[in-house]
Design a protein around this ligand. Structure first.
Ligand code: FEO
Ligand code: CA
Ligand code: CA
Ligand code: CA
Length: 633
């Protein structure tokens, strides 16, 4: 990445009295907001740290030169709403056939089959990346995170059969689709040469330091080298050598057993339990039965690398990036040429990680980069309350990661990355979701979506970067690595925004930071990404009840922020009971792909996107400007 120009944003705080400090101190006097022990450290933090002072820069939240569109109001409508001068169209939806010899999705849902779904667009699209080929052709790789049984099955998941499980497994994974540029814009190309489905049964290679480890060996794969499938693929990343990274998140939910099982403490830390989350895979597919195959669960929770240009290429699970509930994988080439990948682990009280490759990226020989993600060092973040932070090494033999403490090898550290992170003293965070690196400055942002357990649960007391107990709104933390080097051992951080509801909680920390107003409020930031101009796009996956703590916030939404001024403006609102997740721009920045996930979940009344009495279906939307201009400008 490029030059380090704006460290002063963090290191030379403005002299104004920071409004946030006042707000938080007022809030702290109200015992109901913060747990007892936590309050002192939070006061000390907000009074002393450069973090709160840097937020003074957000106190003039209007007129950003970066934000050129007119904000949209909150909405509870069952459609996607974009600003004046913009247009939004449907690109592809759950069940759309990728090939012309495959059945269309049927609104008579009992007609839909596993065989068709294996060659149809998957369900619950999430993170995605656009891979250009030429001006007229491109590939879009899209995660299909999970399925909503209440919308997929007439019995709503209550009477699962083997065929139903196969259908659900086929709806998971990744869809790779060919796009062509037509007169009205970028469109999905049925039968396109890159079209491909990867699902919960697609063979993939296990690579890196944990390949072949005893904990990854199963009866079907005694060498621990070939796993079947990927699922709960949440967010994503892309590499400069032209591959797609897909991140396995809540993999634990798919395992279970009706037999008596003796589960290890590591399983408990990963949420793997005899009771699954209701998917019922273990009842019909033995490898998901913990009693039958205890190691199968260790083969999930990884980042998987996929070549979107070769439909026959076998995906690769890159174990060097650690095993946890991965959100996305934000990759940046450091100034010295090494590859840095920032990774969030989305669970209450889990951590933020960083991988640094051993070898350097070679821009002149893409083939030479293919295994860069197999060798390198993994770190986990500590956020000190004084605004400093450091990357703690997860290398075997360091920081107590020794056999005496239960870590016998690097492979075992990677498989049990969460346990290793605790051993080295990582900071517990409010559910780390996406990480995004600024395109022109060494500045990194991570969404911390919310955490109802903060200040309530043992081990999750309030801390500087996670300053609010019972945090229902979330925040975005950002950091600048020392000397602007993504490979540096430490960093300075602040909070870019504390989401909140100033209409309901005025004068308390739950109103949010100074850049949150009744005009732009939202809860639970999740997907984030930068465009080339340095606008930060923020997507929400929060409470859409529009009531109580969330009154006036409407459906989930997408916003756009100016990282310099802190201004945040609402760009889009989603349909009923949906989450907005997944974003990717074309290189000319004139087309934006946005994901609408699980409209109508939990049987909320939605018929998005086709209307009438159709089944609501997750969809990828294409957004352009009527005048053909750059999005957001
Ligand atoms: Fe799949 Fe953390 O969101
Ligand atoms: Ca997410
Ligand atoms: Ca989320
Ligand atoms: Ca989701």
């Amino acid at each position: 990445m490029s030059q380090f120009e704006h460290q002063d944003e963090l290191n030379h705080p403005r002299t104004q009295t920071p409004e946030l400090t006042k707000i938080v101190e007022q809030g702290l006097s109200r015992r109901r907001f913060l747990g007892a022990g936590a309050a002192l450290s939070a006061v000390a933090f907000f009074t002393l740290s450069p973090m709160s002072k840097s937020l003074a820069s957000v106190l003039a939240p209007s007129g950003s030169p970066l934000l050129g569109f007119k904000s949209v109001p909150v909405s509870t409508a069952d459609r996607v709403i974009v600003p004046e001068g913009y247009q939004v169209e449907r690109l592809i939806s759950w069940g759309d056939p990728l090939f012309s010899d495959v059945a269309e999705f049927s609104n008579t849902i009992t007609q839909n089959t596993a065989a068709s779904q294996k060659r149809q667009f998957g369900d619950n699209n999430d993170g995605m990346s656009f891979f250009p080929i030429d001006d007229q052709t491109a590939v879009l790789a899209i995660n299909n995170e999970y399925s909503n049984y209440e919308l997929m099955f007439a019995h709503q998941g209550k009477k699962m059969t083997a065929a139903d499980v196969q259908y659900a497994q086929a709806a998971h994974g990744i869809s790779v689709i060919t796009l062509t540029k037509q007169a009205p814009g970028w469109r999905f190309q049925k039968d396109g040469q890159f079209n491909r489905r990867i699902d919960a049964n697609t063979p993939m290679r296990i690579s890196g330091p944990a390949q072949g480890h005893a904990l990854l060996q199963t009866q079907v794969d005694p060498k621990g080298e070939i796993a079947l499938g990927t699922f709960n693929n949440c967010a994503n990343g892309m590499t400069p050598w032209g591959t797609y990274l897909t991140c396995e998140e809540n993999f634990n939910s798919y395992f279970g057993s009706d037999a008596q099982v003796d589960l290890s403490s590591a399983f408990a830390r990963y949420g793997i339990a005899a009771q699954d989350a209701g998917y019922s895979w273990y009842k019909f597919d033995q490898r998901f039965d913990l009693a039958h195959e205890p190691n199968e669960a260790n083969r999930f929770g990884w980042v998987v690398e996929i070549d979107p240009y070769n439909p026959n290429a076998m995906p690769v699970k890159r174990t060097a990036l650690g095993r946890f509930k991965h959100e996305n994988a934000e990759l940046v080439i450091a100034e010295d040429g090494r590859v840095v990948v920032y990774l969030g682990d989305d669970e209450r009280g889990e951590h933020i990680y960083r991988f640094v490759s051993r070898d350097k990226y070679n821009p002149n020989n893409q083939a030479a980069n293919r295994d860069l993600l197999d060798e390198g060092d993994l770190f986990v973040a500590r956020f000190n309350d004084d605004g400093s932070g450091e990357w703690l090494s997860l290398a075997h033999g360091q920081n107590g990661l020794t056999a005496e403490n239960g870590f016998h090898s690097q492979a075992e550290i990677l498989i049990h990355a969460r346990l290793a992170a605790t051993q080295v003293g990582a900071t517990t965070m409010d559910r780390p979701e996406w990480v995004a690196v600024h395109p022109h400055e060494p500045m990194v942002f991570c969404t911390l979506t919310n955490n109802k357990n903060r200040g309530v649960q043992e081990g999750q007391s309030v801390n500087g970067a996670n300053p609010r107990a019972e945090n229902h709104y979330g925040q975005i933390v950002r950091w600048v690595p020392t000397d602007g080097q993504h490979t540096a051992g430490d960093f300075k951080w602040d909070l870019f925004v504390l989401a909140g509801n100033p209409a309901v909680h005025a004068g308390t920390p739950y109103a949010g930071s100074g850049n949150i107003t009744t005009e732009n409020m939202f809860n639970s930031p999740d997907g984030i990404g930068f465009d080339q101009a340095g606008r930060l796009w923020i997507q929400s996956d929060g409470n859409y009840s529009n009531q109580g703590d969330f009154a006036g916030q409407g459906n989930n939404q997408m916003l756009c922020a100016d990282p310099k001024t802190g201004e945040i403006r609402r760009f889009l609102t989603g349909p009923v009971a949906s989450e907005i997740t997944g974003l990717s721009f074309t290189p000319d920045q004139k087309t934006l792909f946005v994901g609408v996930q699980h409209p109508g979940e939990k049987l909320n009344p939605s018929h998005f996107p086709l209307g009438g009495d159709s089944v609501p279906r997750s969809s990828v939307m294409v957004i352009t400007r009527v005048d053909g201009g750059v999005i957001g400008s």
